[in-house]
Design a protein. Structure first.
Length: 164
């Protein structure tokens, strides 16, 4: 190790990540999916936010399973890049090969992040997406909305998770 580098565990959370450090860790919970064109479904989820020491970025991943059978469902991963001015940009790659660039804002006091798609790529049906993540009484809840070629922007996913 070079003399001037710190061991990883001592490396600091970057100042840009600090306001969202309440997200860092592993979260588990359950969600419900719906959309006007599909049958509703229930899923379990594990979601991780980890920081990259001294970098202004949070690594994000989510895995889901069918609640009744444990069969794997959708997964996705990406990077969240908060800025000190309260804006944030997020890139997410989904297991369906759809990609999202999301832009929005965060409110560190309210523990709320609001995102709207600036780009949805490689999608057959999805035209637009929004995501809201909120921590209330220690529980992380989110709502993912989407618009498709046939349907206006409305909820596809809602979940509530607890930190491990
Ligand atoms: C259906 C997109 C996440 C499970 C769909 C459809 C789209 C879509 C476009 C088809 C809707 C239609 O035919 O009108 C997305 C996007 C997601 C996402 C953009 C990004 C977060 C998830 C997750 C799960 C899931 C996390 C499971 C936990 C399903 C299921 C269907 C569905 C079960 C119905 C499939 C069928 O009936 O054939 N999704 N989805 N989706 N999605 Fe998602």
């Amino acid at each position: 190790m070079a003399e001037n580098s710190l061991p990883l565990q001592q490396a600091a959370v970057h100042p840009a990540v600090q306001p969202l450090s309440y997200l860092l860790g592993t979260w588990r919970g359950q969600g419900e999916g719906s959309f006007p064109t599909i049958s509703p479904f229930k899923y379990s989820e594990e979601l991780q936010f980890s920081h990259v020491p001294n970098k202004p970025v949070i690594a994000y991943s989510s895995k889901t399973w069918k609640l009744s059978s444990g069969e794997p469902m959708h997964s996705e991963s990406g990077f969240w890049r908060p800025k000190l001015d309260g804006t944030i940009e997020v890139v997410i790659a989904q297991s369906t090969a759809l990609v999202e660039v999301q832009k929005g804002t965060y409110d560190a006091e309210q523990r709320r992040v609001k995102l709207k798609s600036a780009l949805v790529g490689n999608a057959t049906k999805v035209k637009e997406m929004s995501r809201i993540y909120e921590v209330i009484s220690g529980e992380l809840s989110y709502v993912v909305e989407m618009a498709t070629n046939l349907t206006s922007l409305q909820p596809h996913l809602k979940a509530v998770l607890k930190k491990l």
